[in-house]
Design a protein around this ligand. Sequence first.
Ligand code: AMP
Length: 215
Amino acid sequence: MRLILLGPPGAGKGTQATFIKEEFRIPHISTGDIFRQNLRDNTELGQKARVYMNKGKLVPDDLTIELVRDRLSREDCKYGYLLDGFPRNLVQAEALSQFLEERGESLDAVIDIEVDKNSLVERITGRRMCKDCKASFHIHNYPPREEGKCDHCGGELYQREDDREETVLKRIGVYEEETSPLIAYYDRQGKIQKINGNASMEDVKAEVLEALREI
Ligand code: AMP
């Protein structure tokens, strides 16, 4: 199954991705996670990406597209994958279409998680991530059992550099301008599955899994 997760920052894509990955046993490929790992490892790619990420801007398309092509060509993606955070604009979407066409493959669905804009800032600024297993928590909506510590692996929780309010507003703006046109793009291909992301995490999960079982 080849899937894309669309939705503004704070829609809960990472959380739902974990459920989808477990249910359908496909790799979860988050370009944001890959960039953050490169930032931590201080690779050349990480150094290039840092300036854009810390301003809430998109990393240039050539870097991002090459990274994704490379990742999707690996053995574990042979029977499918879940893309989270890619594509982010029409150039990236076209590059993905070309990649799929070259391999005689196609997408199965694009899940679009819709959330009221007003709740996004609160959702993101309260978010805390595990340094080790990347699990996501929220200080009010989904607190860890022990403050600052991951429920799953005991790793240290931290706030992403780009989850601070000024950057969040910028990222939401970038989503509206550059990424949201992809909803119409994939709708024309009959791939969009709209999900109400304002419901509880469990209800969103149920809706997502039901939609995917039906495709
Ligand atoms: P995310 O974790 O998906 O919110 O991504 C965090 C940041 O990584 C974004 O704000 C961008 O700076 C960068 N990023 C992630 N995915 C992409 C992409 N597909 N294209 C360009 N930049 C990206």
